[in-house]
Design a protein around this ligand. Structure first.
Ligand code: MN
Length: 623
């Protein structure tokens, strides 16, 4: 075989003398676009093959169109879908598919069949080295003359015996092959594809820990092995002294800072503190914005910081290494207390980076967790990847029963919150989108899934403008209470509208085990005077969201959720969270997802549906 790609001494010499620079990537973060394969299989017998070939490819095209049309990453990049070069009907055609997929960077695969096939043998051929990390699903046609179910059951049983989890997709009703896929099949394929893409997107990227443990909060103890083994993610630690150093040395884009400063002044009501404060008003805003630019640059890098001509013009020393960033798909800022005793808190930084917009316009939200609570950041990352929408970090501040409200305010809230509600009020930061009911923004939005809302927003500039206007108008930045934050700060205050479907979630570390809790519910509108009173006795500078879980009291939620923080997503995404956690082998310790929506690999049934035992037997996906 001729080896035309062999490197020569001249190639190495060229590399040895090439200066380094900032290599611009296509997307904000470096990494391959998640790629899902579709593998058609069929009965290989001459005659049987020929009678299946056309309709099998038709099934494949429907699955292909569905995923390529509907599954998108938060930055709008469509998930890649590749298809086997030919129908797999034996070990050799299986190997051809495998070889092709290896070159395409596939990490998930959907087998599609309307006929019998030699399931175990095909699987063996297509399950090469490393593929235990792939996500697998199989879709068999429900028809009488074609034994899609027979193949599907034989195949998933073979996979179960080999402890290779596989999601099984089979329509309850007989399927017509003309027209679209049945809604049930569509929903399951999309759930599988969305979750597999999320798993692939986070893999190989990093969590950036800015600072360390905040005020003894166990969530901010970044567990590097858990990140790596369950999520396939690296962890980068950055001491907060580096943030101070970058600001002092002016190592950020000064033109962008001015643009940001103007944007903040124009778009937001800002209530600065009274009396003697550590900073003048403009100094405080500039300092908070500099922190914001620095944290963003630390996460995703910034080509301008490597450019000496920009540095010269703006007065900083360009540095290629410093400009790189950590390729971080999520981050957390410790803030309290070593930083906030001296300097402004990170509320403005977190609230803006976690939102879907800033002075540069509409963009993919980022994940920056308060108090470096990395276990909350994991949930926020997962939910962002599943929905494409910003996520809301929250302190589980107070459980309010109607009786407590009555006592405190004399008002009866039994109608809006018969089983109580949770005051979700982070200590100053929250994605600004949560000042808005995004489902009410667009016509028919109340009937849409959160992914449909996200898709509409991504393609409609007017809608984006509407969201940004409402979020800015609904938010007031308010000076921090110096008793808590001697270095001052600007907290994002808003009150979330009621009636928003909202899912709360939380990851927990129990020794070397990661678990997840996920509870669907909705926000509520309290009577204004009741909300004002609650705010006044709690902290009126912080963002507030009143939330009720579904089919349980708020007290039960309060009692059973792990720590002091949870995070929250627009939409009802419990079923997606269950599927993704099964993919990562993270058991779910509490959920309220209806049983007919639960979609996990068939292997879970072999453990009697016991999520903990299935996950324990398999171990972490990258363990
Ligand atoms: Mn907190």
């Amino acid at each position: 075989m001729k080896r035309t790609d062999r490197l020569t001494r001249a190639d190495f010499n060229a590399r040895a003398h090439l200066g380094r620079g900032f290599v611009v990537s296509e997307r904000a973060l470096v990494g391959a676009v998640p790629t899902i394969a579709i593998t058609p299989v069929a009965d290989g017998r001459t005659g049987a093959y020929e009678s299946n070939v056309q309709d099998t490819w038709r099934m494949v095209q429907k699955v292909y169109d569905l995923i390529t049309n509907e599954v998108t990453l938060p930055d709008g990049t469509p998930v890649r879908v590749v298809v086997a070069p030919e129908i797999v009907y034996g070990p050799r055609s299986g190997a051809i598919a495998q070889e092709y997929y290896a070159g395409q960077g596939v990490s998930a695969n959907i087998w599609v069949s309307r006929s019998w096939a030699y399931s175990d043998e095909l699987m063996s051929a297509c399950m090469g080295v490393g593929s235990s990390e792939w996500q697998q699903a199989a879709y068999g046609l429900n028809q009488t003359d074609r034994p899609g179910a027979v193949w599907l059951k034989a195949f998933t049983a073979a996979m179960d015996e080999k402890k290779r989890p596989i999601f099984s997709i089979y329509n309850p009703d007989l399927e017509s092959e003309t027209g679209l896929l049945p809604p049930y099949v569509e929903e399951r394929i999309l759930r599988f594809a969305r979750c597999a893409a999320a798993a692939a997107e986070m893999r190989g990227k990093n969590y950036l820990s800015v600072g360390n443990v905040s005020m003894g909060i166990i969530g901010s103890d970044v567990r590097r092995n858990l990140m790596q083994q369950y999520l396939g993610m690296g962890t980068v630690s950055f001491d907060m002294v580096g943030v101070r150093g970058r600001i002092d040395k002016g190592f950020y884009d000064h033109e962008e800072l001015e643009q940001a400063f103007k944007f903040m002044k124009k778009r937001f009501k800002i209530l600065y503190g009274k009396g003697k404060r550590p900073y003048s008003n403009d100094e405080l805003l500039r300092e908070c914005l500099a922190m914001t630019l620095v944290v963003r640059d630390l996460m995703i890098g910034n080509a301008k910081l490597a450019d000496s001509s920009v540095g010269k013009r703006q007065g900083f020393q360009a540095d290629v290494e410093w400009a790189q960033g950590a390729n971080a798909i999520a981050a957390g800022t410790q803030g309290q207390r070593q930083w906030t005793d001296l300097y402004p808190n990170y509320d403005l930084t977190e609230s803006l980076l976690c939102s879907s917009f800033d002075w540069n316009g509409y963009r993919a939200p980022m994940i920056v967790a308060t108090e470096n609570d990395s276990k909350n950041a994991i949930g926020m990352l997962v939910a962002l990847l599943l929905t494409g929408m910003p996520q809301m970090f929250a302190d589980i501040r107070t459980n309010w029963t109607p009786a407590s409200v009555k006592k405190a305010t004399g008002k009866d809230v039994k109608r809006v919150a018969p089983d109580g509600f949770i005051d979700k009020r982070n200590s100053g930061a929250g994605a600004l989108d949560y000042a808005v009911d995004v489902f009410a923004l667009l016509r028919g939005g109340k009937k849409m899934s959160v992914q449909e809302v996200a898709a509409s927003l991504r393609k409609d500039g007017k809608l984006q403008q509407k969201l940004m206007d409402k979020a800015c108008k609904g938010t007031t930045y308010m000076a921090a209470i110096l008793e808590y934050f001697p270095g001052d700060g600007l907290s994002s205050h808003y009150r979330s509208p009621g009636g928003i479907p909202m899912t709360a979630y939380r990851y927990n570390a129990v020794g070397e085990l990661l678990t997840c809790s996920v509870i669907e519910g909705q926000t509520i509108d309290l009577p204004k005077d009741v909300a004002d009173r609650i705010s006044a006795v709690t902290n009126e500078t912080w963002p507030e969201t009143y939330w009720v879980p579904r089919d349980m009291s708020s007290f039960e939620y309060m009692s059973r959720i792990g720590p002091n923080h949870d995070a929250n997503s627009f939409g009802l995404i419990g079923a997606d969270m269950l599927t993704l956690n099964a993919m990562l082998r993270v058991p779910v310790d509490m959920h309220n997802v209806p049983s007919d929506q639960i979609f996990r690999p068939t292997l879970w049934d072999r453990f009697g549906g016991d999520d903990f035992r299935a996950c324990q037997t398999l171990g972490p996906l990258y363990g």
